[in-house]
Write a protein that binds this ligand. Sequence first.
Ligand code: SF4
Ligand code: SF4
Length: 414
Amino acid sequence: MQTKLADFIKDTPQGKEADAILRSCVHCGFCLATCPTYQLLGDELDSPRGRIYLMKQMLEGQPVTEKTQLHLDRCLTCRACETTCPSGVRYAQLVDISRDIIDKQIKRKPKFGILRFTLRKTLPNASVFKSLLKLGQLARPMLPSKLKDSVPQKPEHVGEWPAIQHARKMLVLDGCVQPTLAPNINTASARVLDKLGISLIKSKKAGCCGAVTFHLNEQQDGLGYMRRNIDAWWPLIEQKEVEAIVMTASGCGVTVKEYGHYLRFDPNYAEKARKIAVLTKDISEILHAELEKIKQLIDQQITKPKKSKLSFHSPCTLQHGQQIRGLAEGILKVAGYELTLVPGAHLCCGSAGTYSILQPELSQQLLKNKVNALETDKPEQIATANIGCLVHLRDGTALLVRHWIEVLDERLSS
Ligand code: SF4
Ligand code: SF4
């Protein structure tokens, strides 16, 4: 694609990146077929190609309008278009650059500005989020039914975190909302890894990966969260005390794996961020490397549980963002589960960070379609790999929805 970027951006590092990305798009339109918002709305401007065209116009100096902002707001940043694109267009990086420019020029209506501000101040702060959720749970009986459904019940029983006893050690990110909404995910991960001879450790100083704030367009604040995590992890990495940083939420995983990109212009953090990104692994990658040991553990079990059907929802941040496909599913099969076929498995469930709150109508349509797809083959339960998808799916189905590591932990403990 030919480009002629405007003076305000063309010589900046972001302008050069945006120019290279725009030029790599050949306008073939293959990406339209896999874009969830194009499927729902049928408008070219709600497709990747249409949005790329809108961003190009803006970067070439044409006026930024509320319409540009609306079509980019409706994008889930699910990155299905990146998976489909034969030209390797780095859509997500282009959209990050563009949203920053748009939001500096177009003020949102006060109610949306306040909502985004509230989300930025509560979600990434684990202790604030925990306190608010406790208040919500206390008030739950008095809430109208629609609001009641959005306040989760008290979390299920959380088992023991095993003692740190192995020479092999890995760090795990606790994140922001996961410790409150589903604390068993990381303890289940610690128990499974312990059985494989790996001790999982947490750093109390690390917290939100920075994605929520960055994608709500407070990009500098988002980078601050990333630097804080790097500072928390660096001493253990420098002393080679841990061999990997494990992600149990694929939404955090995709972000931490891209720390090197986010902090590329920061001379104090760029190199550390790059090293941390290399050490970061999704829990499915870690366990896939230990598959033989998992098979042995399953074979050694005295009671053989009956085969049961399970539907796996692969989050966009796992299959498109990290390009990881089939690993968790393969491990669950080894553990004796029969995985159902899920039509349209490449499509987003509508959770997408804060999208379910900011774009509720589109999000609910995607949720309905996803739940129908997951329930097609009558599974007994649903498993996924990201806290956002997990909570969102629970909203749309009566089936049990868990992180797949909890399913494996249960099987290995039976
Ligand atoms: S598939 Fe890739 S190259 Fe083709 S229009 Fe979409 S983004 Fe552009
Ligand atoms: S990121 Fe997802 S919603 Fe956005 S344009 Fe690409 S496929 Fe469509």
